[in-house]
Design a protein. Structure first.
Length: 123
């Protein structure tokens, strides 16, 4: 379980660092052109990354909030990547769609591993 917690923590840290870098570089974008190009979108990435870090701390300490938070956050990520795959297939970017499917498989493996080790979490 410690390996999964470290992977979740690294992913959350990468989200936070990437979003902060993009916030600083976001002055080049025109506000309102697209929600993804808006700097407000990157604040969601910072928040999501911090939640991943908090959930990884809960996984390390075997707390119940870490268990549920990881399941919810990775379920949200699976839905997000499913929408990305649909978008990429519609635009005929099949290699990127395949890459997203591989990432979704990794997320699903993390969810299954956490669900199978539910008995390790105490109140």
């Amino acid at each position: 379980m410690n390996l999964v917690a470290i992977v979740v923590m690294l992913q959350g840290g990468i989200y936070v660092i990437n979003s902060i870098i993009e916030i600083f570089n976001g002055a080049d974008f025109k506000v309102g052109t697209n929600i993804i190009l808006s700097t407000n979108f990157y604040y969601i990435g910072v928040t999501f990354g911090v939640l991943l870090i908090i959930s990884s701390i809960g996984l390390l300490r075997r707390k119940k909030y870490g268990y549920f938070l990881v399941l919810y956050l990775y379920s949200i990520l699976l839905i997000y990547y499913l929408m990305a795959v649909i978008y990429l297939v519609v635009n005929k970017l099949y290699f990127l769609a395949f890459y997203c499917i591989v990432v979704m498989t990794i997320f699903y493996m993390i969810i299954n591993f956490v669900r199978k080790n539910k008995s390790e979490f105490v109140g």
